[in-house]
Design a protein around this ligand. Structure first.
Ligand SMILES: Cc1cc2nc3c(=O)[nH]c(=O)nc-3n(C[C@H](O)[C@H](O)[C@H](O)COP(=O)(O)O)c2cc1C
Length: 169
């Protein structure tokens, strides 16, 4: 039996697996904010630009737009707890993970991510209940690691050997 269009859409998108990241930024008071995000895509190569979709009303979105910058922390397959933490309604998420401030003043997860892309906001489109944020990538830090995956409403580990920076195995 078909559900509502929204239910059907959620069901459909649950069958499309993705990687998982924590998008972080500093809010106007200088406090770190961050949320788990899988709506991430490469937008353009020249200039290197990615997009993230963040729900309206999110403190992370406010931080991203306030400072005009954000970091995408790509989680490795040991990062499921961080993914769950940064998706819960929890006041102080950063007190429960190891993190550090980057030179550019963006919060980086120190143990749960295998790569971080720091971005300068180049455009924001408000679309329905989300903001589509385009970010030009200014800095990339990457170490070998295998990505955490999410699909069919479950977390999973990438099934093949670690990927090195630059895509080589
Ligand atoms: C695997 C996973 C992926 C998610 N992807 C997104 C996403 O792409 N965009 C979004 O707005 N929320 C996403 N969420 C939900 C947010 O993480 C959740 O609503 C979080 O509480 C938002 O944080 P905030 O209250 O600080 O905005 C995802 C949650 C999970 C578990």
């Amino acid at each position: 039996m078909p559900g509502t269009p929204t239910q059907d859409y959620r069901e459909l998108m649950s069958t499309f697996p993705t990687g998982v990241a924590v998008v972080t930024g500093l809010d106007a008071d200088g406090a770190p904010q961050g949320m788990t995000c899988s709506s991430i895509a490469s937008a353009t190569l020249l200039p290197p630009t990615l997009l993230v979709c963040l729900r309206t009303g999110s403190r992370t979105l406010s931080a991203v737009t306030a400072r005009g910058s954000f970091a995408v922390n790509f989680l490795h397959d040991g990062g499921q707890e961080a993914a769950e933490l940064f998706s819960r309604a929890e006041a102080n998420r950063f007190s429960q993970v190891h993190w550090r401030m980057s030179q550019a003043g963006l919060p980086r997860l120190a143990q749960d991510a295998f790569a971080v892309a720091e971005c300068k906001v180049s455009d924001v489109h408000m679309v329905g209940d989300h903001a589509v944020v385009l970010g030009e990538v200014t800095t990339i830090a990457q170490v070998p690691g295998t990505p955490l995956l999410y699909g069919l409403r479950r977390f999973a580990a990438w099934p093949i050997a670690a990927v090195r920076p630059g895509g080589r195995r």
